[in-house]
Write a protein that binds this ligand. Structure first.
Ligand code: GDP
Length: 406
């Protein structure tokens, strides 16, 4: 019997000892405060520590919620306005294809220019072409900014050819005059716009176009319009706002660019134009764009200042590759005055093409002839209005046709 009590006592003591060992361990597992920085979500073990600052969503506690019967009816709940999201990206415009522009521009050109054509044809169709008549023709050409040398040449040739012509029908005279004006515009000049890497079409750099000219001639506008021309032709474009002296110029350029999805690289106001130009070409190369268009400042404060500034822009850009086209923007309404200013630019940079703006605002289209003769550089583009797509590749035949009217 005594043995039975001894066995029972041993079993009871063993049971007590086991309970004493297990219970504290369980309690530790449940009562220990959560360790900082440890994710205690189900399935996430102690090893998977997440940083303290990992954003988590607070769901609140039951104690924080009011009793259900104290909640207001749904239609009395305050309406919380959704916060406005980021502004929608501006809708991109689709520029007109360049091929379709000429007709409309031609009509506009004809409206403003036909005084020259009408004047010349009116005198030429007179019965008697005496010295006074020829003087009148000369005067008309000079007034239209054709320039002295070209005017003399045109009049001499017309004199000879009208004598040979015999009977002069209006159609004959028009054809004769058109021929002479087209010859004076030098139709053989290469008017190709070099907007891709010249010399090496397979080069992995963008074509670089520098746009120079006196402020107010329409440089920035031309950059914007040209970006549209290129985009219309399926090219990618980046704009460089190197006119850092005019506060509005960079904004103006950026607006033009954003309309057709072209990025604009700009610098601080009054900053170094050359550094903006450099950054633009660098960015264009990184972004693999087809063409980088650089708008420059045209402050004619002093010739030396201009020379330093533009020369530096060109040199700095050329550290990354050649400039493929340097376009000089010239306001057609400024006539001989503008021509003198243009000459300064050709001494500073190697101008490869002229953009003649505001032809819609002058009756003196003869500037096309004189500017090419004076500078020896072809007119490649013409601006015919303030509309976004009022820039056209220059075509001598269409231009003269418009000059003479229908
Ligand atoms: P910038 O100082 O040379 O950059 O000149 P802007 O590009 O700011 O242009 C000066 C003004 O000329 C602006 O009002 C343009 O809209 C206007 N302009 C530019 N090109 C033409 C054009 O071909 N025809 C007309 N009528 N105005 C133009």
């Amino acid at each position: 019997m005594i043995y039975l009590w001894i066995v029972v006592a041993v079993v009871v003591l063993a049971a007590i000892a086991t309970t004493a060992l297990v219970l504290p361990r369980r309690r530790r597992g449940t009562l220990e405060p959560p360790r900082a920085g440890v994710d205690y979500r189900p399935g996430v073990g102690d090893d998977a520590e997440v940083p303290r600052d990992t954003p988590t969503r607070s769901v609140g506690t039951v104690a924080e919620l009011p009793p259900v019967d104290e909640l207001p009816p749904v239609d009395e709940l305050p309406v919380v306005e959704a916060e406005p999201g980021p502004p929608a990206a501006p809708e991109l415009e689709t520029p007109e294809p360049t091929a379709g522009r000429m007709q409309r521009l031609r009509a506009r050109l004809a409206r403003s220019q036909n005084s020259l054509g009408r004047g010349l044809l009116g005198v030429l169709s007179r019965e008697n072409l005496d010295d006074d008549a020829w003087e009148e023709i000369e005067e008309t050409l000079l007034t239209a900014d054709v320039g002295v040398a070209a005017t003399t040449e045109i009049v001499d040739r017309l004199r000879t050819r009208t004598k040979v012509l015999g009977t002069r029908t209006p159609a004959d005279l028009r054809a004769l005059l058109a021929e002479e004006l087209i010859t004076a515009i030098q139709p053989d000049m290469d008017r190709t716009l070099h907007t891709t890497p010249s010399g090496d079409p397979s080069a992995s750099r963008p074509g670089v176009v520098l746009v120079v000219g006196v402020n107010g001639t329409g440089k920035t506008t031309t950059c914007g319009k040209l970006a549209r021309v290129l985009v219309a032709d399926g090219r990618s474009v980046l704009l460089g706002a190197a006119d850092t002296f005019r506060a509005a110029a960079a904004d103006q350029l950026q607006t033009w660019g954003s309309r057709v999805g072209a990025e604009t690289v700009r610098g601080p106001e009054g900053g170094d134009p050359a550094s903006v130009a450099f950054d633009a070409v660098k960015r264009g190369s990184e972004q693999l764009v087809d063409t980088v268009l650089i708008d420059t400042a045209g402050r004619l404060h002093t010739k030396v200042g201009l020379m330093d500034e533009l020369g530096k822009v060109k040199r700095v850009v050329e550290k990354q590759g050649p400039v493929d086209e340097t376009l000089l923007v010239l306001d057609a309404t400024t006539g001989q005055n503008g021509l003198a200013q243009a000459r300064v630019f050709t001494e500073v940079v190697d101008v490869t093409g002229i953009v003649l703006t505001k032809l819609d605002g002058t009756a003196r289209g003869g500037i096309v002839i004189s500017v090419q003769r004076e500078l020896g550089v072809p007119v490649k583009l013409v601006g015919l209005g303030e509309g976004a797509d009022d820039l056209a590749p220059f075509d001598p035949t269409v231009f003269v046709d418009a000059l003479l009217g229908d």
